[in-house]
Write a protein that binds this ligand. Structure first.
Ligand code: FAD
Length: 266
């Protein structure tokens, strides 16, 4: 690990000012991704600005038909929240299956969404539910936020403050977890938003994506039979020692059917 300076932030304004004057500084949330990345010498921030204790990044509330979650909320708190379980049970269930207890007790929703790992779970929920990412500068629709492998619309020094999830009529998430890490080999989030069906896929491709063909078919009839004969092309899917492109493409079909079956039961 390269040497760095540690700063404990007292307010969001202080973080914004600090990042503006120190372009090589990085916010530190749960540290579940950033610290291992630094240990592997893949990142060399000049300063870590600890945003873990900021009140502005905390809280879970329902407001105007949306579930609004502070970016600093830890995965375990999302999983245990009675408010999340009532409004969007699929989101609580997703959080409950992230990593292991240590990861869930330190990792945050904002850190996961900002990092945009291609195998992370939250991006599927954010995109599948058509959420809005609220930063210290603006509001960004999920459809504009995720821009491929570890890339988002966030600008230098921009901090995610909250995420606003429109409460769907029903939603379901199915993932095939990597047995060691829990990351999604593939995960599919299906939401009946009341205005249409959204299907978001994580883990399979270089970044989270919407499966438009499945959305159109399910929009006509929300039933497993609507997607029974659909498949995504293996070209462009991820391939590594854990699974081939074809394997992941097949997982997309299988998990979409499972998610729709789960949804139809609600
Ligand atoms: C063993 C292990 C297993 C895991 N399994 C899973 C899994 O099954 N599913 C899954 O989805 N994830 C998994 N993860 C990742 C985990 O969910 C992390 O919580 C997440 O990737 C990063 O969140 P964090 O709060 O730790 O962020 P950090 O590591 O602190 O930060 C990550 C990046 O985001 C930036 N950042 C942090 N907060 C903000 C913010 N509010 N605004 C702007 N930028 C910000 C940081 O500067 C950094 O670049 C796993 C991690 C580990 C170590």
């Amino acid at each position: 690990m390269y040497s760095f300076n540690y700063v404990k932030a007292k307010s969001l304004q202080e973080v914004s000012d600090f990042l503006k004057s120190n372009p090589d500084a990085r916010p530190l949330a749960g540290g579940m991704t950033l610290i291992p990345t630094m240990k592997a010498r893949l990142a060399q921030p000049s300063h870590l600005v600890d945003i873990g204790g900021l009140k502005e990044l905390q809280g879970i509330e329902t407001k105007d038909g949306a579930l609004v979650i502070g970016a600093g909320t830890r995965h375990g708190d999302v999983a245990r929240s009675a408010r999340v379980r009532e409004a969007i049970p699929a989101l609580a269930a997703l959080a409950e299956r992230i990593g292991d207890p240590q990861v869930r007790n330190l990792g945050t929703m904002g850190g996961s969404v900002a990092n945009n790992d291609p195998a992370a779970d939250y991006p599927a929920a954010v995109l599948g539910l058509g959420a809005t990412v609220i930063t210290n500068r603006r509001q960004i629709a999920a459809d504009d936020f995720f821009q491929g492998l570890f890339t988002t619309a966030l600008e230098s020094g921009e901090i995610i403050v909250r995420l606003s999830f429109p409460v769907p009529k029903r939603a379901a998430y199915e993932k095939f977890a990597h047995p060691a890490s829990g990351y999604a080999m593939t995960g599919v989030f299906v939401a009946d938003t009341g205005k249409g069906i959204r299907v978001a896929v994580t883990g399979a491709g270089p970044g989270v994506f919407r499966w438009n063909e499945a959305e159109a078919a399910l929009g006509k009839k929300l039933a497993v039979e609507s997607v029974a004969n659909l498949s995504v092309a293996a070209d462009g899917m991820n391939e590594d020692l854990h699974g081939s492109r074809e394997y992941r493409a097949n997982l997309v079909s299988v998990l979409t059917k499972r998610a729709v079956a789960q949804l139809a039961g609600r």
